[in-house]
Design a protein around this ligand. Structure first.
Ligand SMILES: [Zn+2]
Length: 333
């Protein structure tokens, strides 16, 4: 048993309470490798933003759970080395799909876990989420549960169609599960293809797809039921067209990739939405930078020469999200 406290991590409880009061949201950035982790920590330390390092089941297997624990510990030490005196870093399991996986993460130093029972019938979702919350709370680990279904694909998680969260269920669900935060479905979606072209309109000037707006009326109704309760948005990458264009320019093929416009995320950040998940945007930045090096310097074979520029571009992306979209800069001094 390793407590996250020994690793220098924090859970999400105070972080979320402050974010709701302050009208900003905490970035939850997924990572799979060293360069992504370096970029997340550098961007958070430079902007003094609290941050959630998020790991999916697939990413955990990819990295190796033991190595991951030391990477998280290393991230805290690296943040201090960068001059961030009191780093506020959470290590969070994204989309835990079983009690055993969540328990394993609690036991190996995670400070927060998500149990995603959203595909289960309502009562089964409650029973599973409660079981995880009861276990995690013994160790002061915070728990995110999900109600409603997001469309899209993310690692092992996938759904054809979204089903908005039903506001009339949220009080019962949060009370009976004891969860600390609630992931909801209001029209965000996993992956770099969040909407089918037929769900969008097309900008006549640029020819680009314009996605349908998020269901802020559903969010408002949920907040009315659960005043001050931490709400989480998954699938909230914006799929920056500059990266999509770079990828396509340098030999990639991502036609009609489309995300959530940043002005909608900015609006959500000011509400009880206090955690916003961003994964695809970092993948796109990484891929764009690597493709550019490969296209321009076909003789390059030192990974540092193409992963380095990828790291720089991701750092820039993370800082942009922190400062211009979520407003979490200077909140962890
Ligand atoms: Zn998700």
């Amino acid at each position: 048993m390793v407590s996250y406290k020994e690793l220098g991590l924090v859970n999400t409880r105070d972080m979320f309470a402050k974010a709701i009061r302050g009208g900003y949201a905490i970035p939850a950035f997924n990572f799979n490798n060293m360069e992504q982790l370096q970029a997340i920590i550098k961007a958070s330390a430079d902007t003094k933003s609290p941050v959630i390092l998020q790991v999916s089941k697939g990413a955990r297997n990819y990295a190796n759970p033991t190595l991951l624990r030391y990477m998280a510990q290393g991230a805290v030490e690296y943040a201090k080395e960068l001059g961030w005196e009191h780093p506020q870093i959470v290590l969070h399991l994204d989309h835990g799909d079983s009690f055993e996986l969540c328990k394993d993460c609690v036991d190996l130093g995670f400070s927060s876990v998500m149990i995603d029972g959203s595909a289960l019938p309502y009562e089964e979702n409650i029973a599973l989420s409660k079981k995880v919350a009861d276990y995690a709370h013994q160790y002061d680990v915070t728990v995110e549960a999900e109600l409603g279904v997001l469309a899209g694909v993310e690692d092992e998680v996938q759904a054809e169609e979204s089903h908005y969260t039903r506001p009339e269920e949220v009080i019962d669900f949060s009370k009976r599960t004891g969860c600390d935060s609630l992931a909801i479905s209001i029209g965000t979606s996993h992956g770099a293809y969040k909407f089918k072209p037929e769900q969008c309109t097309r900008d006549p000037q640029t020819g680009r797809l314009v996605p349908p707006p998020l269901a802020f009326d559903v969010l408002d109704a949920i907040m009315e039921q659960l005043p001050g309760f931490p709400i989480v948005l998954h699938g909230s990458s914006s799929v920056p067209q500059e990266y999509v264009d770079m990828i396509n320019q340098y030999g990639g093929k991502l036609p009609d990739a489309v995300g959530i416009p940043e002005d909608q995320l900015r609006k959500a950040s000011k509400s009880a939405v206090c955690k916003i998940n961003i994964d695809s945007d970092s993948r796109l930045a990484f891929t764009a930078a690597v493709r550019k090096v490969f296209a321009e310097k076909p003789g390059e074979f030192d990974p540092r020469k193409y992963c380095g520029p990828a790291r720089d571009l991701m750092t820039e992306l993370y800082k942009h999200k922190i400062i211009n979209v979520l407003g979490s800069d200077n909140k962890a001094l």
